[in-house]
Each structure stands twice: as C-alpha cells, then as structure tokens.
Design a protein around this ligand. Structure first.
Ligand SMILES: [Zn+2]
Length: 306
C-alpha cells in the first residue's frame, strides 16, 4: 500500500487556459480517537495517544510527560473535538453540586437531578436534546448540538453553571481549528495555556478527557506539523460522505457479490475525487460548517502575509 502511495503521479488540470499541477500527500487524519489509539498502540481510550498520559495525570499543573512527535501526524480530529469538549463541560455541570469525578452512591441522586434539570432547560431554552441515547446511533450529542452549545455561551453558562469565559474560550479554539485558515501559533499557544489554567483553577477535580487534553496540551505542535491549516484535515469530509456512500451503493453498484459491490463503490468514489471531476462539480456549501469569525481575527495569520 505504501509503495502504491509513493508511486502516485501528479495530475495536471487545465483551468481557464492555465495548467494546475496537483500532487498528492497522504495524511491519516480522518479518524476518531479509537482509531488513533489502535494506530499508536495506546491501550486505554482514556489515555492520551500523543504522550500516553493517564486521566489522573491530565490535570497536573506542571505537566512533564514527553510527547511522541511521530504521533502528531494523526491530527486533531477536529469534528469529534466539538462533541468531546461539549460533553466534557456537560459532565462537569452534572457534578457541580458535589465536585467529584467519580459519582459515588451518596451523590447518585444529585447527579441524576442535575442531569434532568440541565436536559430540560436545554430543551426549553435552546431547543436542544442533550445526552439522550438514540437506539443504534449512540447519543443525541452530535456536531450540530455542540456547535449550538458553543455559539450560545451565555445561555449555556446560565444553564450549566460553567464559567462563561471558559465556554467562550473553547468556542474560539474549536472554531480556529475548524475554519481552515492559518493560525497565529504564538497567540493560539497563549489562548490554550489561558484556557487550561482556567479549567484547572475551577474544575481540577474533573479529570480532563484525553481529547480535550490533546487540544490544550499538544494543539500547537500538531498544527505546526502540517503544511496546510489544520481545519483542512478534519474528518468532516469523511463523515459527510456517509450519506453519499449509501446512495452510490444503492444506485450505482452491482449486488451480485459483496466484492463486486465494494469494487464498484470504490471505483465510483475514485472517479468522483478526480481533480478534473471535482472542478466540474458545483460546490454545495455546508451551512452547518460555517463558523462565525467574531473574535477569531487576532488568532489568525493575515491572508496577505501567507
Ligand atoms: Zn498528551
């Protein structure tokens, strides 16, 4: 497989009388945490796959674990990052009355009462169905729910009791890593440190999930590893393809054998990703992926400088 990748030839596409040379570089970033854990030999999903820190080591103020630079290549899984950060704040909110990571027997009632109150308030005030199990689909916490939560920081803070500034900081960080523009690393590093310090000051008792730790601790190094803005490596394209694959599989593949179906599907996807075809296809803007640029300018590199 790696030999085939090495032998990929450049494409030349003619656009408006000008030739554009397209060369290929493969990056394995369209993955979620569980795939990254397998690829990096991380034996527990709660551990960080970059520095192998355990949950109990995540909230240490003077963090000394050495990151493995070779693991930066798996990216930040920016789409899942929205959901993981949202769930982290939500789970802190459920525990705010007793401030303990582990829900002990004596705290179970308080936990359930907080959860029900927060879920009801999200439904009435923002129309969001939060943390409900969907049969066969995980939970209702998806990218859209998370985006709505972070874009309404004030209401979200009133409902959850979480520091509004912390929600806003997470909102800025998530929009920056998703927007597909170049990030000013110095300003971003300072924002990450400020956010982590704020988190540890108020919620040190809740072990930071590995996906949140990964962004706050290793975000800058992962961004610097790639030549293009980190937003371009999002697994959003893959997730958006699920529907497309379903339609192609149904309408354009032979059903004579599973092998035939997969072969036809792969051929169709290869053709549809050809640069010549991509240029001819009109882009359909994804309204959910449009992020407001408020407060982001100071963390972005000027387009003229790049
Ligand atoms: Zn780490």
């Amino acid at each position: 497989m790696s030999r085939k990748i090495e032998n990929l030839e450049d494409d030349v596409v003619i656009r408006n009388g000008k030739g554009i040379q397209v060369s290929y570089q493969m990056h394995c970033t369209m993955i979620d945490g569980s795939v990254a854990n397998i690829l990096t030999g991380t034996n527990a999903s709660s551990n960080c796959f970059i520095c192998h820190a355990k949950p109990t080591e995540m909230n240490v103020t003077n963090f000394t674990k050495v990151p493995i630079a070779n693991h930066y290549k798996y990216g930040l899984s920016t789409l899942h990052a929205w959901i993981r950060c949202f769930e982290c704040l939500l789970h802190i909110a459920y525990r705010l009355t007793f401030k303990c990571w582990q829900v002990r027997k004596e705290n179970k009632d308080a936990f359930s009462a907080n959860k029900v109150r927060i879920q009801n308030e999200f439904r009435t005030r923002l129309g969001l169905i939060v943390d409900q199990v969907k049969t066969g689909f995980g939970t209702t916490n998806d990218g859209n729910t998370a985006r709505k939560f972070f874009s309404n920081a004030e209401v979200a803070s009133e409902i959850t009791g979480i520091n509004k500034e912390l929600i806003q900081n997470f909102s800025i960080i998530l929009r920056l890593i998703s927007c597909g523009m170049r990030i000013n690393i110095d300003a971003f590093r300072e924002l990450l440190i400020r956010t982590r310090t704020m988190y540890l000051t108020e919620y040190e008792w809740y072990y930071m999930p590995s996906s949140v730790h990964k962004i706050l601790m290793h975000g800058c190094e992962v961004i610097e590893y790639f030549d293009l803005p980190i937003g371009n490596f999002s697994e959003e394209a893959l997730e958006a393809l699920h529907k497309h694959i379903r339609i192609v599989r149904y309408d354009h593949t032979r059903k004579t054998a599973r092998e035939h179906t997969n072969r036809d599907l792969m051929s169709y996807l290869t053709i549809s990703s050809d640069p010549e075809v991509v240029f001819k296809r009109s882009a359909i803007p994804n309204k959910n992926a449009v992020y407001t640029m408020d407060e982001l300018e100071e963390y972005l590199v000027d387009a003229e400088e790049t």
